[in-house]
Design a protein. Structure first.
Length: 475
């Protein structure tokens, strides 16, 4: 479906939520629970067991209840109390709302409308924060709508391990469409790291999250927060201003089980701006020079044997250089050991029908253009050893977005501007995270390049290098 004439919403207006409408295959309650999961806390509801593989920090909520609060003070309070169960009285002073009660006669005639205001102290609700696995199992065993809060304050086995606390927070009744809309608006404003727990989405620009199956015209201007669901096609001349949710147009497999092992990988703070100050650039360049000199010195004895293998099978040349773009869009020759037959590009058009990649990339299984020694070089990634010379000359970095030519960079202007703000890398986030699934490789390439540029740090670089070495050793 093409989104044309999308009505923009004022920044203070919460997005509309309709029953049964999903974004990325998720309803508002599931989005709320994943928001807590992104902070290392499992939401447990009656009839909804916790994941034993996940973190042992649990938030007990009713089946129709949602909560927005800062996680750090809650975790500190739980730690300081020395207890396994923290019974929390949450006071919500976020607004002076009221409800209207219709009074009717036995004949269904309107008698009166009573307006009921909340107390001056605001809405009050109860939740529980716990690190006790058995308590989580106990809460999940309750029937939805028949929760027994008193179990954890009166029963001896729980009371001795519990403490009480009162604090501020925002409570939401998920049976109310208006409150679900309010909750979604708050999530859009506060949640910065959606990609950690929701697969298949990437950040188009700060505040704009897009499903990989959706397409956005290069001329479209998106001003976040905007969430774009699966199967959407956005081609809009006027600016699309958030907060706005464009719901799924095609079925999308929802997040069923969180991959907690992947979630435990180093989590790097996602900021709404491109990071990299002077100290970061200087230290990274020094690291690149030192590491490239070390690798070149250590692998130089292998060069004669690699060159001999190439010469015996297909003659000269030994090296292959392709024009790629580096920092600021400057072009440079990206060197590799030649792994394909001569004039391999001429056969590319004949093999195009077998291409399993989307976008400008080209990849086929058992590529007939590969030399026998080239397959081994690629499997061990030894064909990229000459790129350390590019690193030494300042064309590339050890870690960064994949180097690509100008033709490929033109496919997505926002992606191009971000990836050309840093030097390309021999390895990167895309290389260690890609799935090689059909028709998704280019979308993953965009997603992980943008993610690296926005989240780059020394801890991320070291983790990517370690993961690259592990993949090479696993073959």
């Amino acid at each position: 479906m093409t989104i044309a004439g999308v009505q923009t919403l004022p920044v203070r207006t919460a997005p509309t939520v309709d029953d049964g409408r999903l974004v990325w295959g998720l309803d508002v309650r599931r989005l709320h629970d994943l928001h807590w999961a992104a902070r290392g806390i499992q939401v447990v509801r009656p009839g909804q067991p916790h994941d034993p593989k996940g973190p042992a920090v649990f938030l007990f909520l009713r089946h129709d209840q949602a909560l927005i609060a800062q996680a750090r003070p809650w975790l500190k309070r739980l730690s300081w109390s020395g207890c396994r169960i923290l019974r929390v009285r949450v006071v919500d002073r976020s607004g002076a709302e009221y409800t209207e009660q219709i009074v009717a006669s036995p004949d269904n005639e309107l008698r009166a409308i009573n307006r009921i205001y909340p107390t001056r102290h605001g809405r009050v609700g109860r939740v529980i924060l716990s690190t006790d696995q058995r308590a989580a199992q106990q809460w999940a065993s309750f029937t939805p709508g028949k929760e027994r809060w008193s179990t954890f304050s009166r029963d001896t086995q729980w009371r001795r391990r519990s403490a009480a606390w009162s604090t501020k927070g925002r409570l939401y009744d998920l049976t109310s469409e208006r409150r679900r809309a309010d909750l979604l608006g708050v999530l859009m404003g506060q949640w910065r790291q959606l990609g950690q727990v929701i697969p298949g989405i990437y950040q188009w620009k700060p505040g704009v999250w897009v499903h990989e199956s959706s397409r956005i015209a290069p001329s479209t201007r998106l001003i976040g927060p905007v969430w774009i669901g699966a199967g959407c096609e956005v081609d809009q001349a006027k600016p699309v201003i958030g907060p706005l949710v464009i719901h799924d147009e095609t079925p999308c497999r929802p997040v069923e089980d969180i991959d907690w092992e992947a979630f435990r990988l180093p989590q790097f703070p996602l900021t709404p701006r491109i990071r990299g100050g002077l100290s970061r650039r200087v230290s990274k360049r020094a690291f690149d020079i030192a590491m490239s000199m070390g690798v070149l010195a250590g692998t130089m004895p292998l060069y004669p044997f690699i060159m001999l293998a190439i010469y015996i099978e297909d003659g000269r040349p030994f090296f292959f250089a392709h024009r790629r773009q580096t920092l600021g869009g400057r072009e440079f020759p990206c060197w590799k050991f030649r792994t394909m037959i001569k004039d391999a590009d001429r056969l590319k058009e004949q093999l195009q029908a077998q291409n399993v990649c989307d976008g400008p990339q080209f990849f086929i299984e058992n590529d007939p253009r590969l030399l026998r020694c080239g397959r081994l070089l690629r499997r061990l990634q030894m064909d990229e050893l000459p790129q350390f010379w590019n690193v030494l000359r300042g064309h590339m970095s050890i870690v960064g977005p994949r180097p690509s030519p100008d033709k490929e960079n033109q496919f997505c202007p926002a992606w191009r501007e971000a990836r050309l703000s840093v030097r390309p890398g021999i390895t990167g986030l895309w290389q260690v995270r890609r799935t090689r699934l059909p028709e998704t490789d280019f979308q993953e390439w965009i997603r992980y390049d943008l993610e690296y540029v926005q989240r780059q740090s020394w801890s991320m670089d070291i983790w990517i290098i370690i993961e690259t070495v592990r993949r090479i050793l696993r073959g």
